[in-house]
Design a protein around this ligand. Sequence first.
Ligand SMILES: *[C@@H]1O[C@H](CO)[C@@H](O)[C@H](O)[C@H]1NC(C)=O
Ligand SMILES: *[C@@H]1O[C@H](CO)[C@@H](O)[C@H](O)[C@H]1NC(C)=O
Ligand SMILES: *[C@@H]1O[C@H](CO)[C@@H](O)[C@H](O)[C@H]1NC(C)=O
Ligand SMILES: [Zn+2]
Length: 975
Amino acid sequence: MGKVYNVSKNECLGLVVLAVSAVATIIGLSIAYDKQRAKNQGNPGDEADTSSTSVPLTTPFTPKEPWDYYRLPDSLIPGSYNVTLWPRLKPNADGMYIFTGHSAVVFRCEKKTDLIVIHANKLNFTTFLGNHAKLNGLGEAVAPAIVRTWLVVRTEYLVIQLSSKLTAGESYVLYTEFRGELADDLEGFYRSEYMDDGVKKVVATSQMQATYARKAFPCFDEPAMKAVFIVTIIHDRGTVALSNSKEMDSSNSTRDNVPVTVTTFEPTERMSTYLLAFIVCDFDSIQSDYSNLLIRIWAQRKAIGGGQGNYALNVTGPILQFYEKYYNTTYPLSKSDQIALPDFNAGAMENWGLVTYRETALLYDPMLSSTGNKERVVTVISHELAHMWFGNLVTLQWWNDLWLNEGFASYVEYLGVDYVEPTWKIKDHIILYDVQKVFAMDALASSHPLSRKEEEVTKPTEISEMFNTISYSKGAAVLRMLSEFLSEPVFAKGLSSYLNTFAFGNTVHTDLWDHLQQAVENTPNLHIPHNVHDIMNRWTLQMGFPVVTINTRTGRIDQKHFLLDSDSKVDRPSQFNYTWFVPIKWMKNGVDQQQYWLLKETDTHAPMRVSGDEWVLANTNVSGYFRVNYDVDNWGRLLSQLNTNHQVLSVMNRAQIIDDAFNLARAKIIPTTTALRTTEYLSKERDYIPWASTLRNLDYYVLMFDRTEVYGVLQAYLKKQIKPLFEYYGTLTANWTKIPAGHTDQYNQINAIRIACVVGVKGCRELINSWFRQWMENPDHNPIQPNLKGTVYCSAIALGGVEEWDFVWRMFQNTSLASEASRLRSAMACTKTPWLLNRYLAYTLDPTKIRKQDATSTIQYIAHNVVGMPLAWNFIRSKWSYIFEQYGRGSFSFSNLINGITLRFSTEFELQELKKFKEDNLHVGFGSATMALEQAIEKTAANIKWVFFRQGIVYSLSPGAHIAINLELNRITFG
Ligand SMILES: *[C@@H]1O[C@H](CO)[C@@H](O)[C@H](O)[C@H]1NC(C)=O
Ligand SMILES: *[C@@H]1O[C@H](CO)[C@@H](O)[C@H](O)[C@H]1NC(C)=O
Ligand SMILES: *[C@@H]1O[C@H](CO)[C@@H](O)[C@H](O)[C@H]1NC(C)=O
Ligand SMILES: [Zn+2]
């Protein structure tokens, strides 16, 4: 799946909201409709399905029969399916939207058995002589009679008991007819709705990953059960039917007295069920023929008519061509369709040949969308297309290795974007959006290793929980490190050999290591200190990462597991004792030195001993997944280099110094003063990445202190630092009338305005208000530059009242551009008026006001607002069972909801409330947010300890006072 963030990455980064803007944070959304399981929880004998940490309510369930296990038995292997589906886009007499279908699956018996166990969920079957299926032998094989068939709700199976055993080596055909609901639950085969010139339109579409194909038709729904699919879709005349492969035949006929079109698709390649897609819609498309490959972009008619699909169409061909070269493997299919859906749970989904997107992730309007929207579109496309090979052509055996699939796509997406937008320097951004982001989560004692054991991930909620920041961003960071120390050509060579060897098959992650190791061995003069397996195991099999400390006086280097709260207890043992093989790229006085490998806990590397005003900077460009600390003197020399001429260091290195210092300070390894001093030079900084890093780190201070006296001091300091940047952009844009030329300059302009307005730099709020006023006076003409809209809307709402809010609400309902709707939706959470926030919270439960796909992110936006936080927390607590039932299985959304709400928690009282919330709702469960809740408890405890030092921060920020103050001292003084 695509990474799920919902505001453009760049627009929300460092969206330090101080008091004013309450937007922020990256949100995932995914919506689940898990009535079935909520019901099951009451059943005696049921396994408490909620989490590994919650107390089982009933006696633990011991699986005995094959259908008691979540994993399929290995006796039967599917070969091909003929699937026919007929979605009804109008409700039936009971007001229900349904689909009907039939399927014939050919499977081979590997081990003799008298039982057929196949996945099926929420399907009603036609019975033949009382059974849910018919069975025939293929060729010479004679099928035994069916004795009995039944459905198992907990493990989502259709089970068929036979009178005698199937013969190993023979093939059989299982035929079923079924009927399901085309619900608005965003899972399996579901429906999406939108208004087209006042007329309600319905789309039938699908989301199979991870375990929802079984909700569309009975299937062996595991990624290694690859098969060929021959799909037929019956649909209303005049509508379009799409699936993974090219349409082969389309004819008009009549079914049940209804005039319909029957569209048949070419047989697919051998593929996994989670990559299937079926769509019926009334969309329009644009297409091109790129090196003989049919590329189409589909969306609502008015979006295509308005040219919103053009950018996607233009970049798709070149990105596919880039990957063909990079992987050294041709695109395996005969067409590439991409479609923007009004209701969609993730950001995008890499269905093979028919990629599905949120509208905001595929559509771009050059006049009305922001640069951030554009970057998001091309990034998500690049991510999904990377999966066409890595993930789709070669698929991981099981979900425990999901990190490799998602981490890989999250890494190479930057390479694909760089190919089509070479001026953006997009590859630098990985340190903001992945590396630094995941450092924050992976520094908790409650983190977890990238790689899981296969048997630890079996239930659907456990599979959903794998779609998290660790899998995506740590996966990307660790693979980038690997590619850096092998060098890109060697990495690509190993990769291509892996893809060609396992095409149309399945692998485990060590298969990739094998092929990379071969590539290393075939490269003369490439030396790595251990083989790829041994190096990578330390990064993937144990959680966390090291902080490497370099003493430049002695040349001594050591590593230690980095924990945000050094007192926290690590319960999870590691076979490597939390030490790593660390590749260290480094420089001395701005000159790159030869890479050094730290292979033990402590070592000495003489070249790192320096004197005079020489300085050492290690982990250049954050190419390794670790943090760096130095002796006090080297810190001092780095700071003075920043203050005298910061451009000697690359933007990535500047951002790294800031981010490492702030986090080392949070872990109480260095004084907070040192961290704050890395921001002194910012009055001269014009580049985006260092500013973004700073704002993200200061955001933590804001979250901790915006309810305390420290806040005033912090605001005054920021005002001093941001003012030159604000004035710089005023000049650069001829008094805010032009758009800066550079890609990242456009982002930094947003930072400049946002922060300047929040802290009250003279002229800023007046500027924003005048733009917004003009718009309110003439709603058909929005004079605000698209890049700045998000900031302007939020500030105007925060400073305004009900009139501004209602105006934005009207604009939200009227806009036909998805990215604009998303900006307006997040801006409405910026109000300071409690009743408006409460009314907005209530809207999130009404799908006619806020789409279900947007509900959890909206609650999160509100929680990020200092006024909204307690309101959102009360809201969540009072409606937990309902919210759980609606969204509890969602991949990112649900855990982000907990993260978002607890972001500010830093008092003993809040910790107790959180623990009580956990206790009170054990019977309901926390679904895919189980891990997030544990992390929230740990983070709150760490925050409590850290905030204890706040007095020191006041002094550190006060002009002149910072020199002498050391927080370790304050602990004694003020404790
Ligand atoms: C599946 O459909 C194909 C093409 O229509 C047909 O040749 C084949 O016999 C069907 N297989 C089964 C098992 O029904
Ligand atoms: C399936 O059967 C159940 C129980 O009879 C019924 O409530 C449900 O509406 C049926 N679903 C469909 C799609 O017909
Ligand atoms: C089927 O019917 C539709 C609408 O009546 C028409 O537009 C289409 O051309 C017909 N298709 C075929 C293959 O006859
Ligand atoms: Zn993905």
